[in-house]
Design a protein around this ligand. Structure first.
Ligand SMILES: *Cc1c(COP(=O)(O)O)cnc(C)c1O
Length: 393
């Protein structure tokens, strides 16, 4: 539907570097007024001036110009054909799973986000959609899970909270040989560091609540389809299920996304310093960060991503000590979630992974002493000094 001029300007934008695209994504100036941000079209419906020529937008569940600007923005950043915005990360993921039908089977990474695990194991299972959870760092395990009714493979890399690395190209190439749809949760890396569509992945998913929004003030989800045809199918599902993101939140998310690169870079720089400092301490029994020289899968990660992100997990040795640290820290938010301007310290054993049986948890390295630090924009010296006092016995 876009005019010749719009197509030309899209091609222009695609030539720009990532940091520039974040600011000049096509809708940064309102065409009607010259306003310096996308207007919030706070309207549920749109007047038909001529019923024989319906307007471009007719009802906000089916389409809204503010949401469209965000959807085009994320499609541009991920390099896909179409973007879609949802009311949360889980709304994006659940709506996308509706591409499957009763009787279909999916292969899923075993340390998938807890909410995705719950959705698959206790909700979609009731509708006859089956899933097998495998250690995706091992391609042989992925291959062994293939069944005659397998339709899709779901990846998440680096995974949460131990930052395990899946070889995106290897899994995707194998999946294509078997005509499987590939999906990837790109929340931890964002398109600044990792663009799975360029590696052949069909659908990229985001909890935009995290790094994309970046300020712990918006709940949102995004999906990007590699092809127009998949994009159309996702659009039908988004409209049919009504899982759309409200316009105020679309605007807030776009506001946050403009500073994605600046935030990610600063947080990553601090995360590297933090990971090195933690690695040098005798009272820390494990540090997980893809940027560490000995991190498993580091070479694969470096092949598919341009950075290591801002999440560092570490083991303080025991549950008792973990609770002491959580109660003593003064700077980070002690909370679920990640990817914000302020640092967030989480306790997987009691927060995100509380529902997992203790044996399964410890087999995956999610011990009672494991903490996850999402590094924000505070001065790293202050963050380290704060942790240092919290570690002191
Ligand atoms: C938070 C998160 C989700 C779920 O997103 P919501 O916005 O909370 O619904 C999905 N995947 C990952 C990796 C997450 O961190």
């Amino acid at each position: 539907m876009s005019s010749r001029n719009e197509q030309d300007s899209n091609q222009e934008v695609e030539k720009l570097k990532f940091a520039t695209r974040l600011l000049h994504f096509g809708s940064e100036i309102d065409r009607n007024t010259g306003a310096s941000s996308v207007p919030i079209y706070q309207a549920s419906t749109f007047h038909h001036e001529d019923v024989f020529n319906p307007p471009l937008y007719d009802y906000s569940r089916s389409g809204n110009p503010t949401r469209q600007a965000l959807e085009d923005y994320i499609a541009l950043l991920e390099g896909g054909a179409r973007g879609l915005a949802y009311s949360s990360g889980m709304a994006a993921i659940s709506s996308t799973f509706m591409l499957l039908s009763a009787g279909d089977h999916m292969i899923v990474t075993e340390d998938v986000y807890g909410g995705t695990y719950r959705l698959l194991s206790s909700i979609l299972s009731r509708f006859g959609i089956e899933s097998t959870f495998v250690d995706m760092t091992d391609l042989e395990q992925v291959k062994a899970a293939l069944k005659s009714n397998t339709k899709a493979v779901y990846m998440e890399t680096p995974s949460n909270p131990t930052l395990k690395i899946t070889d995106i190209a290897a899994v995707t190439n194998w999946a294509k040989e078997h005509n499987l749809l590939t999906m990837l949760d790109n929340t931890f890396m964002t398109p600044y560091y990792q663009r799975p569509i360029e590696m052949g992945v069909d659908i990229v998913l985001h909890s935009a609540t995290k790094f994309l929004g970046g300020h712990s003030d918006v709940l949102a989800g995004l999906a990007v389809a590699r092809t127009e045809s998949l994009g159309r199918q996702l659009k039908v599902l988004q409209n049919g299920l009504g899982t759309v993101l409200g316009v105020q939140d679309c605007w807030l998310l776009m506001r946050g996304m403009k500073t994605l690169q600046a935030r990610m870079r600063a947080s990553e720089e601090s995360a590297a310093v933090l990971a090195a400092w933690l690695s040098g301490r005798k009272d820390i029994t494990g540090v997980y960060y893809p940027g560490l020289i000995d991190h498993p899968g580091r070479e694969i990660h470096e092949k598919q991503s341009t950075g290591y992100g801002a999440v560092v997990s570490f083991d303080v040795g025991s549950g008792e000590r973990a609770k002491q640290v959580l109660n003593r820290v003064k700077l980070p938010l002690v909370a679920v979630s990640l990817g914000a301007v302020e640092s967030i310290l989480s306790y997987p054993a009691m927060m995100s992974h509380a529902a997992m049986p203790p044996e399964v948890r410890s087999a995956r390295g999610i011990t009672d002493g494991l903490l996850r630090f999402s590094v924000g924009l505070e001065d790293i010296d202050d963050l380290i000094a704060d942790l240092d006092q919290a570690f002191a016995i």
